[in-house]
Design a protein around this ligand. Structure first.
Ligand code: AMP
Ligand code: MG
Length: 405
């Protein structure tokens, strides 16, 4: 059976970054930058005051106290009209441009004003103090944000400061999502005897949205080839079709057959992992198809391991540190068999502040109530020997958990 690592690299090889589009800054949050953001101007554009006080020449305040003539007042947004002469000071406010001749600001708390004179009484008299030099934040032409970054509020602020009203980002991947099963009914609808509520489609759609894709939920296909065929046709034009359920080898697991009947090429349909053995990957013409297991926890775990990297590749997201990848075990673990295990776990800190991952005693792949309380998955490689509490383990943080990815 295929290893998780081999399955991941086969899946990744099928995707490349999508086309670019231009979005306004108000739509940029969470998008992945496709072109560098370079400064269209310098910030600050000139030497500016960092405080409310008086603009002076550093040489004039070498010894304190000193009395200076006040020859003007400059507010933020007003261009200073005159040069500051020796022996003079100008009233100045935070953000205002320094007049020519001034190189230093003394804060108003250390000054005493008397008509046209100001006495600088005390405090630091270091030349250049309380001045933000032209370009000390960034200079025109400098790169502020590199492509491949998912834009945060901080990035949006910097792009705005660099004078960009819009940004070039990667198009959102359109992910078609299909649930399969005769037993499924949409949430809120009347349930027939032996029916259960379909949760995977909604969970996966939210997962796609959270990662910056656009989900297109195709609904529920019944376990017959005709209905599956009709539903699969609805995925045309998507960047990826994700199915859930029907991927095992039972008589009612028909997704493979339905895809093959349409001429799909299957790369693999089984991975040596738990939960999530029946994961399938292939392509239907230009449409990649990822078949996830029906069990709700398996669907979300395999989405974390395989769908997330596929979306990130399509978005052109740069590889970067996505949170802690190791933790101490909070409970002992049994020796593992030949499959790679992903145990649902909570994350916390021990007395020394080290990250601790504690697995739930129950690991049923149908129990959504447990995965909701989990923060991460503990990765147990094939044939891992039994492990004691406190040993270091590899973890995979879960979307929405603490130390989220
Ligand atoms: P399957 O792979 O189709 O055999 O499904 C495995 C298990 O997952 C069965 O118990 C299904 O009822 C359940 N299942 C399949 N699809 C969904 C879904 N969309 N939501 C919740 N449970 C599902
Ligand atoms: Mg089924």
């Amino acid at each position: 059976m295929l290893s998780v690592a081999d399955a991941t690299s086969q899946i990744l090889a099928a995707f490349t970054p999508l086309a670019r589009e231009v979005v306004g800054l108000d739509r940029a949050l969470g998008r992945v930058l496709a072109e560098p953001v370079t400064a269209r101007l310098s910030q600050p554009p000139a030497d500016v005051s960092a405080m409310d006080g008086y603009a002076v020449r550093g040489a004039d305040i070498a010894t304190l106290p000193v009395q200076l003539r006040v020859t003007g007042s400059i507010a933020a947004g007003a261009a200073p009209a005159q040069t500051l002469e020796p022996g003079a000071a100008m009233r100045i406010f935070t953000g205002a441009f320094l007049p020519v001749g001034a190189d230093t600001v003394v804060i108003q708390e250390n000054c005493e004003r008397d008509g046209d004179a100001v006495t600088v009484r005390e405090g630091s008299n270091r030349p250049g103090q309380h001045v933000r030099r032209m370009g000390n934040d960034f200079r025109a032409g400098e790169t502020g944000i590199a492509p491949g970054r998912q834009l945060s509020a901080r990035d949006v602020a910097l792009a705005a400061a660099m004078n960009w009203p819009f940004l070039t980002v990667t198009r959102r991947p359109r992910i078609a999502i299909l649930s399969t099963g005769d037993e499924l009914q949409n949430p809120g609808e009347a349930l027939g005897p032996a029916q259960i509520v379909a949760s995977n489609g909604f969970g996966l759609a939210a997962f796609v949205t959270a990662l910056g894709g656009t989900p297109d939920y195709l609904g529920i296909a019944r376990d017959n080839l005709a209905d599956l065929d009709r539903a699969i046709a609805g995925a045309a034009g998507a960047d990826l079709l994700v199915t859930s359920g029907g991927a095992s080898v039972g008589e009612h697991d028909l997704i493979q057959q339905a895809l093959l009947a349409r001429g799909a090429k299957l790369d693999f349909w089984k991975i040596a992992m738990r939960p999530g053995k029946p994961v399938m990957f292939g392509s239907l013409g230009v449409l990649p198809v990822l078949g996830l297991p029906g069990n709700p926890v398996s669907a979300l775990v395999t989405a974390t391991l395989f769908l997330k990297p596929a979306i990130e590749r399509m978005l052109g997201l740069a590889a970067r540190d996505t949170g802690p990848a190791t933790a101490k075990l909070g409970a002992p673990m049994k020796a593992n068999d030949q499959r790679q295990d992903y145990h649902r776990a909570t994350l916390g800190r021990d007395a020394s502040g080290a990250l601790v991952a504690t697995p739930f005693p129950q690991q049923d792949s149908a129990m959504l109530s447990l995965i909701v309380r989990a923060d991460a998955l503990i990765l147990r490689p094939p044939h891992a020997p039994a492990a004691e509490s406190g040993e270091t383990t590899e973890i995979v943080p879960l979307l929405g958990g603490c130390y989220s990815i």
